[in-house]
Design a protein around this ligand. Structure first.
Ligand code: RFL
Ligand code: PHB
Length: 390
């Protein structure tokens, strides 16, 4: 088999890249380790920056997003029992975010790919990457016990944090930067109306909590939990009880509870691998970097990598220019590190750290009071939350 760009992974990064390359007339195929339903069942991010929405528009997959997505001009911060609204739209001169689940983005991209008759090979096992330091990279995989070989011009490693692409790079050419946080997030999805029209990020002595949503009838809630905690320890009633103890009294009064339809625990981590290009292999999305979810940046960063990469490849195929390709890693990393900083800062300000003393707690409170009391600080948060320019 031969293609111009072999994409590893059919998460948002791989699917969006495939769609944009197709629009630019660049042939591509996607190799995915799991099956379609498995990929669609993963409940993850929910907040799209305007730049991500614009890219989905450009890719021609945003009809449903515009119909069903919820446009938000603000978020709320809750601490010391009180809520404070951050008016992002006013602070940024009109920018907003759109609440629309990653599962829906993935479904829309998969449907568009099917409609165009583009190739995705699901259940691809033992994917391995070869010769990307030369002009003729190859990718191998097995399916149903039969091994296959793909020759290509470029490989795009969009296979997430645990994927094979980053691991295929010689360790001495890769620098990694990492911070693991001493807690996780326990999240549930329920078919109940959201407690409030906007997201509420809560700092509480018992730990962080987040009230989010997927639609006017579907809520997504999170509470900070211990790293070694397990979903089995959290029957629904215990989750709702803990959430009510952390949110402000008004939210606790209005919270509508119901059976969970999904429940999972995710550890929190910051991670960056540099560079993001090795010869004819490019890394994009979680394959290259992870942020803790507190800033809602993971999916949006995957999209911004794809923007730089798709434009670089278009330039290469249209003009034979290497300029975009050569600059890909630098451009992507410049934006990645700003989102890493923002996500780390939000995480540090809002969570309870097991080793924190009274001083640490008072500093967090001072930071929150400064944030909601200063227009300059509000603007700084808002412009990061809605997404920095590409
Ligand atoms: P993905 O979505 O992980 O997709 C990678 C795809 O590659 C496949 N794959 C392979 N395929 C072939 N061969 C191999 N060897 C392969 N290894 C892996 C995988 O099956 C998968 O289909 O990465 P991508 O596309 O870069 O997208 C990134 C986003 O998914 C991610 O940043 C966000 O979802 C992060 N994230 C969250 N972000 C938020 O903004 N808000 C959240 O609430 C939020 N929750 C989460 C998250 C990430 C999580 N992970 C990765 C554990 C919750 C979780 C649990
Ligand atoms: C979500 O709705 O899943 C969500 C929203 C905002 C975040 C993280 C997760 O910061």
């Amino acid at each position: 088999m031969r293609t111009q760009v072999a994409i590893i992974g059919s998460g948002p990064a791989g699917l969006l890249l495939g769609q944009l390359l197709h629009l630019y007339g660049i042939d591509n195929l996607i190799l995915e380790r799991k099956d379609r339903d498995y990929v669609l069942a993963r409940i993850r991010a929910g907040v799209l920056e305007q730049g991500t929405v614009d890219m989905l528009d450009e890719a021609g997959v945003a009809d449903r997003l515009h119909k069903e997505g919820l446009v938000h001009g603000g978020v709320e911060l809750s601490f010391s029992g009180q809520r404070h609204r951050i008016d992002m739209k006013t602070a940024t001169g009109g920018k907003t975010v759109t609440v629309y689940g990653q599962t829906e983005v993935t479904r829309d991209l998969m449907d568009a790919r099917d409609a165009e008759g583009l190739t995705t090979i699901y259940d691809a096992a033992d994917v391995s990457l070869h010769d990307f330091d030369g002009d003729r990279p190859r990718v191998r995989y097995t399916r149903n016990g039969v091994s296959h070989d793909i020759t290509c011009d470029f490989i795009a490693g969009c296979d997430g944090f645990h994927g094979v692409s980053r691991q295929s790079v010689p360790a001495d050419t890769l620098a990694t930067f990492e911070r693991a946080y001493p807690f996780g997030w326990l999240g549930i999805l329920s078919d109940t109306p959201p407690v409030s029209p906007e997201l509420i990020y809560t700092s509480h002595p018992r730990g962080f909590a987040l009230c989010s949503m997927r639609s006017p009838m579907r809520s997504r809630y999170y509470v900070q939990c211990a790293l070694d905690d397990r979903v089995d320890n959290w029957p629904d009633a215990k989750f709702w009880d803990e959430l009510k103890r952390r949110v402000d009294p008004e939210a606790a009064d209005h919270l509508v509870t119901g059976p969970s339809i999904e429940k999972s625990i995710a550890p929190l981590r910051s991670f960056v691998a540099e560079p993001m290009r090795f010869g004819r292999l490019f890394l994009a999305g979680d394959a290259a970097h992870i942020v803790p979810p507190t800033g809602a940046k993971g999916l949006n960063l995957a999209a911004s990598d794809v923007r730089y990469l798709s434009l670089a490849l278009r330039e290469f195929y249209a003009d034979g220019s290497h300029a975009g390709i050569d600059d890909y890693s630098r451009r992507a990393l410049a934006r990645v590190w700003k989102a890493e900083r923002f996500s780390w800062w939000m995480t540090s300000m809002l969570h309870r750290f097991p080793d924190s003393d009274g001083f640490g707690g008072r500093i967090q409170l001072a930071e929150l009071n400064y944030l909601v009391g200063s227009q300059a600080a509000t603007t700084a948060m808002a412009e990061n939350y809605v997404g920095l320019p590409f």
